[in-house]
Structure formats: C-alpha cells, structure tokens
Design a protein. Sequence first.
Length: 353
Amino acid sequence: MPQASAVLAEPAAGSDFAPLLRQVRSAGLLDRRRGRYALTIAGNLLALTATATAVVLTGDSWWTLLLAVPAAVFCARTAFIGHDSGHAQIAATRRANRILGLIHADLLLGMSYAWWNDKHNRHHANPNHVDKDPDVGVGALVWTQRQAARREGFTRWLTRHQARLFFPMLLLEGINLKVSSVRDLKRQEVGERRVEAVLLTVHVAGYATLLLSSMSPGKAAAFALLHHALFGLHLGAVFAPNHKGMEMPDPDGERWGHLRRQVLTSRNVRGGLLTDWFMGGLNYQIEHHLFPNMPRPHLRLARPLVRSHCAAAGLTYAETGLIDSYAQALRHMHEVGAPLRDGQGTGDIGRAL
C-alpha cells in the first residue's frame, strides 16, 4: 500500500534544498524517536480506555454526553499517530508503520488508512496545485474563482457563503471521513480491502456495543453525533491554517523545486507546547512538508534551521498566530466567492478568468 510521502527523495547536488537536508541530517533530526512515540501511543490508549470506562460508569444519563468532548480530543490524538505512521515517522519498517496505521485509523477511528494515505500522498507531492492536490479540488468548498465560476444551483449559494459556513460544515467532517473510507474500499486491492473491511466492521461493532450497552438508543445516537461533530471540528481546526490562502502554483507555469513548492504553499502557526499538542505538531507545517518523515518531536527543533535557510534563499517563511491563521484562511475563501456575491453571471466570471 502507498506510504504518504514516507521516504524523502534525495535532491540533486545543485538543488537549493540539498544544503538544508544535509544540515538537518547532520543534526540528527531525521532519526526516529521510538521511545517518545511508545510513550505517546501508550498514553493515548490509556486516555481512550479511561474515556470509554467513564462512558460505561456514567451510564444512561444525559451527563454522559459531556464525555463526547474528551472522546473527540483523544480520537484526534489517535488520528495524529495514524498520520505519523503513514509518513514512516515512527517505526523502521513499512510493515510496522502499516500495522500501527491500521490499528489507529481503521480499528480505533473507523477511518481507512489506505484511503487517507493515498489522498495525503498526492497532497504532499503537489500542495495547493489545483490539478494535482485533492485537498484543493472541487468539493463542498472551492478554492479558486475559476472553480467558483462553474458552480450552479445550491453549490453556487454555498460558494457565496463558504467562509461563514466553513466551521459549521466541519461538524460533518467526522462522518464524512468514515463515509469516504467505506467508499474507497472498492478502489483497493483485494487483500488490502479484506483487511480494512474487517477492521472497519470491528470498529463499528465495538463502538455501537459500547454506546448501546451503556445508554438508551436515543442517548447513544446523540452521543455519537456530538462525538463525531466535535472530532471533525477539531481535525478541521488543525488542518485549516496549513495551506488555505497560501500560494497556489500555476498549473501552466514553471515547475517549482521541492524547497519553493513546499515553503511557499505552507503556513506555520506560532505557539508553545499547548499549540504543539493541540495541532499534533502540524503547526510546523513548513518543516513537515519539507521533511515528511521527520519525527514530530523534531519539527520544533528544525524550525530555526529552516527559517535561516529560507531567508538566505530569499523565500518568504510564512508564520502567524492561530487566530490570524484562521482569519487568513477564511479571507481567502471569502474572496473566492466574491464574484458570485457581486452578482456576476457564470459566463461573465468565466470570461474574466
């Protein structure tokens, strides 16, 4: 199965990225942190177990719905571990990383590891490229005015208001991830499909058993909806600042090298240890895109090296606070829908573009 940018390709000797890679490598920042990840995984499993136990002990009470908050938070931690295993940040072998990914994605979250890796691999290869990055393809939201020009009916209305609807729509993302995972099974090879289908089924059965054995069907449904809404909101809040509103390579223009392609399309979020924890280290998005197999604990350490190298290369190193990162992303979405709000017809917008 594909690994999401698991191995960093060696740059050409004259590449503007090569000196930075040598510097990072000599500092040991690409060395794995198995002990650190073992503690992270063990701590997260303990937190998930404690949350499930609390659900059982609280039982058939509306107060149980409060436990959807820690359930969503620790499920997001689980997703971050699955993400890191897909990038080969944790274990030394592809097989070990795949097993970790299947456990954390399929079994614990009910989300297909193969689907996520395939999609995420394409994103890392060409971030913010409208023809190659699935994260900026046409979906419920659009990311360029050219995409907006083709919207009709309800989707046209959605695009006009997509900035204000963005965070409310994230409440559906937790469910969307599971639906997309099931739909992707038909794309997978037979052996992979069999493994993932079994694990996804076990997850659904276990989740339903936990809730229905602890509370009434009505409360169980309410818990599941709240849990998935908060989970989707949390993940969306982590991924939204990373690329939205950043440079988008011209599909017909010059092909950018690795350094330029990853730095100019990514945005870092400043903060301390709490921000690092909340965002799973993905607030160091520039470093993560330059070195996708770099262990999460080393991203903060690589930051000054990358900043210095970008300054020497004359590349803008985008970094801002969390709230401002959301403002920039929402401003971009608002600008994409501007021509539709200004009353231009689809034909007029198309000619303008």
